[in-house]
Design a protein around this ligand. Structure first.
Ligand code: PLP
Length: 448
């Protein structure tokens, strides 16, 4: 008989020979195997050795309703048997129309029009291409600069990746530098030591207003921002900062694109966080991940009535938004998303709100540990940032590799974490219970 570890080794060899993994280094490209995950159930996954691990990041911030949900598997199967695919170019399907209507019902203000993509990068790319189209049609072809921020992550396609804020992701890759202007990361923990949070917020808003003046509103198409920066380390911005940025955008005819690829579909206790949690009404919201809880690749953007009305009233009725994907409005993805939304609306949003508070309270107790500089987060998204020294807040550096060791220790103790050097970033499935949160925090305490 073939043992599970033999099988894992065979798979590792196949991967090393033939599989290209995301974000490989030049030294390992096309020659790398990663830890095998064999199965998932609820908040847990099982590795090659048969160890059951809490799925700390819910895959990649996406398995919101948990693994192995029969309802989602059935929805997927039933839709595949009814209609597995149709061309969105010249036909449409039932699940996409129903899902667009349901999503529009949850989106703030007059955001009523949904375009479906294959994931988050394609959602952000679609929103940016829409901004360009919108300004071309309105006779403002120079209005294309995009404002983004250090620490942001918006995707891996050319334009979306050009917005990313980490140098690690940019150093060796070409980006559309001429189109993007980066502003400061709104990270209260990393604010200048002598500044209050209010002063820090004022500084960020001033920087934004100055950038608009310097570049000229007539040259700026959009600001793109995550309500809470996820991959940047769960950066929760200072209170009121986002509404103030949104007001400047509105005054200056700059589209506010709220990237809710991580924060939507329950992660923060609501279907969308922009308005319900942060009090902003963007012009476009992008989403992905939690929309299907990762059971099928799907993303999209919701666009406001206002923008569509302007397009319809323009003098260019023949102008075409020449943008679409073979898998736009995929019937299986949309059917899975409908069922996923049933689960969220059927009590899981309330549950997420309730356990979210407990999650943060319990994680905060880890601030007693010497290595922990800050525990931050909101909803079911959190980050433990480790520091070499709590006074100076100097981060533990790469050469100490402590972040990697923390994730290894935690994995040995039964918790899967995303390795991010000095940060432990967590976003467990929303179905997590208080007892399971206790289990998670106990492992973190020992692991750190
Ligand atoms: N936007 C945000 C905020 C993200 O966190 C991500 C992925 O992590 C993306 C966009 C890109 O999404 P995808 O990887 O589905 O293309």
């Amino acid at each position: 008989a073939v043992s599970p570890t033999d099988e894992a080794e065979t798979l590792a060899k196949a991967a090393e020979r033939h599989l290209i993994q995301p974000w490989p280094s030049a030294g390992e490209i096309g020659d790398e195997a990663r830890g095998l995950i064999g199965s998932g159930d609820g908040i847990y996954v099982t590795d090659a050795e048969g160890n059951r691990l809490i799925d700390g990041p819910a895959g990649m911030w996406c398995v919101n309703v948990g693994h192995r949900r029969r309802e989602l598997a059935d929805a997927l199967h039933e839709q595949a048997m009814a209609l597995s695919y149709n061309s969105p170019w010249y036909t449409m399907n039932e699940p996409s129309a129903l899902l667009a209507e349901r999503i529009a019902g949850h989106a703030p203000g007059d955001l009523n029009h949904v375009f479906f993509t294959t994931g988050g990068s394609s959602a952000v790319e679609s929103a940016l291409r829409f901004m360009q189209f919108y300004n071309n049609v309105r006779g403002r072809p120079q209005k294309k600069t995009i404002l983004s921020r250090d620490g942001a992550y918006h995707g891996s396609t050319y334009l979306s990746a050009s917005l990313n804020g980490s140098s690690r992701g940019r150093d060796w890759m070409d980006i559309a530098d001429d189109l993007v202007v980066k502003l400061s990361c709104p990270d209260p923990f990393r604010r200048p030591l002598d500044m209050s949070i209010e002063e820090f917020s004022d500084m960020l808003v001033e920087e934004f207003a100055d950038a608009v003046k310097r570049i000229g509103a007539e040259n700026i198409g959009a600001f793109v921002g995550e309500p809470v920066m996820a991959s940047g380390g769960v950066i929760v911005p200072p209170p009121n900062y986002l509404p103030r940025i949104a007001a400047i955008c509105r005054e200056n005819d700059i589209l506010y694109i709220s990237d809710e690829v991580v924060t939507a579909f329950g992660r923060m206790g609501d279907v969308f966080a922009s308005k319900d949690v942060f009090g902003i009404e963007p012009d476009i919201i992008t989403f992905a991940k939690g929309v299907t809880s990762g059971y099928f690749p799907l993303g999209g953007m919701v666009v406001s009535d206002r923008l569509f009305a302007e397009l319809r009233q323009s003098n260019h009725a023949d102008a075409m938004y020449a943008h679409g994907l073979t898998y736009s409005s995929h019937p299986i993805g949309c059917a899975v998303a409908l069922k996923n939304l049933d689960i969220l609306e059927g009590g899981l949003l309330e549950h997420a709100r309730e356990v979210g508070v407990y999650f943060m309270e319990q994680l905060k107790t880890l601030e007693e540990l010497d290595l922990v500089g800050e525990v931050r987060g909101t909803g079911l998204m959190a980050c433990i940032e480790c520091v070499a020294d709590r006074e100076s807040k100097n981060p533990l550096t790469l050469d100490t590799e402590v972040g990697r060791r923390i994730d290894q220790h935690c994995q040995e103790l039964g918790l899967l974490l995303r390795p991010l050097i000095h940060m432990c970033v967590m976003s467990p499935p929303l179905i997590i219970t208080k007892e399971q949160i206790d289990e998670m925090v106990a492992i973190l305490r020992e692991g750190i």
